[in-house]
Design a protein around this ligand. Sequence first.
Ligand code: C2E
Ligand code: CA
Ligand code: CA
Length: 559
Amino acid sequence: MNSFKGLNGLKRHVLVVDDDMINREILSNILRTEYEVHTAGDGKEALDLIKAGDCSFSLILADLLMPVMDGFELIKNLKEDDALRLIPVIVMTSESDAEVRSIKMGAADFITKPYDMPDVILARCERIIELQENKNIIHDTEKDMLTGLYSREYFIEYINQIEKYKADRKVDILNINIDHFHLLNELYGREEGNNALIRIGHILLDIFSEKPGICCRTEADNFIVYCDHEVDHKYVLEKLIDGLSDASVFHKIRLRMGVYTDADKSLMVENWLDRAKTACDMIRGDYSKDIEYYSNENYEQAKFREKLINDIDDAIKNKNLKVFYQPKYDITGEKPVLRSAEALVRWIHPELGMISPGDFIPLFESNGLIQKLDRFVWEEVAGQVGKWKREYNVSVPVSVNVSRMDIYFSGLKDNFVRLLEENGLEPKELMLEITESAYSENAEELISVVENLRSDGFMIEMDDFGTGYSSLNMITSIPIDALKLDMKFVRNMEKDEKSMKLVELVLEIAEFLQVPVIAEGVETDNQLRLLKERGCDIIQGYYFSKPVPPEEFTAFFDK
Ligand code: C2E
Ligand code: CA
Ligand code: CA
């Protein structure tokens, strides 16, 4: 409860209800050392004051015998009101039978007149308030026994109460989320997942026992903090990352934070939380950033993303997703020869027009929808390759992109095998592209999945090579059939010596591994020449063609 006191920096409010002005004064003076004291002359006046809601009372001390509305009637009224029934009432009396009656009606305790033991009175008040507040918390936070943080409902309620005291203070909302938390659960077990959550909870409690703020956990791996505007967000995130850095499992956790600063007090607390979450979602899967701030712009973008998420099922059903094919040419001989193609998806949205995969692939990778999309694409591609085979009597191996998420789907191989069978294809006709960064993230699991696929004859191309920070050691032990040199290096090799050196290095590594290199994003004669001179085998890029719809792709067969 310290954080609560600390946060508003104010005393709790108590209400003294007595028709006797002298008694009211004596009691108020005693309580004033610890509490913000309000007074009322009878039950009716008290009830009006409480219902006015200008402040929220932690305790009511009520005389029993009063004109207009007596103490019994006041207790009865409070207990019947859902919003008020949790405010504890201590009755003040000198008759013992009335004490019993009032306690039976729901009073929390009693104090006998005259008030000659101030310390005892204060201690009783404190105990009752604490009891009630703990009771509320236990009642409301049942759902989060794990971390000891507040549940969302209670958290919001708490903020609302605090805001009543100090609506003019600037506050921020921090939303902290674990990237791919479900993977942590799947790979290391629920217990490790829980451990991570507990750890985060403890660190947050630790930080905000010193700094003004309160914390809650929602939706398994989402943490929210309501804090003073002065709190340093980076410090909070760094503390969390620091605190998680020791265990190897935790080391794999990536945290991201969305911040809604200087919350608009005309909005509801729920809106504040949404905004912080929106900011946090903006950088889901974006490894270049770990803190994002809410702004109107990213709100618009969040809306756009939300639309894409909502529309993906329809897009699949109505075939608004279309697979384009980009040829890969073998340049080792005199004349370039069509060797294979890459399948690249496009979304022809009925309202938004053509959407490029850059807009939705990272989004779907971050929320798991990619699996649905990829399976649709693979199905289309297998069908198309089979069709070309039957209708044109040509075999054009096509590579499909396999997201890191797909890899952990246990039916992956069976699914590919089924596609081959249904369409009369050989494994080498459906190649798989896996991005290099997936290898460095989870080498062991990935290698075993890849080995399993290769044992059935599937060919694996390592995509975006040069961007994924694999170690040399790892590259030599990874089972692959081709390296795809990332476009970035091709684009820069003419003007920047470092890029050229990297291109050469990749070609040497490939030679050592005895696998071909596919250079992506080749647009010019000169790029093609430079790559060919250095022993690059295969070229993909606008130089030959942009990705085209399947009906246009057949033109490449004759050439
Ligand atoms: P990627 O796998 O690296 O694909 C190559 C990207 O480079 C494609 O962009 C392609 O259109 C573009 N490109 C090819 N040649 C050139 C060139 O000469 N110049 C330039 N400027 N660009 C060139 P695209 O189609 O926008 O795809 C972007 C990324 O989206 C892909 O990068 C891939 O990671 C992902 N993606 C596309 N389709 C799928 C899919 O079906 N499933 C999954 N999981 N990812 C996909
Ligand atoms: Ca690719
Ligand atoms: Ca690529």
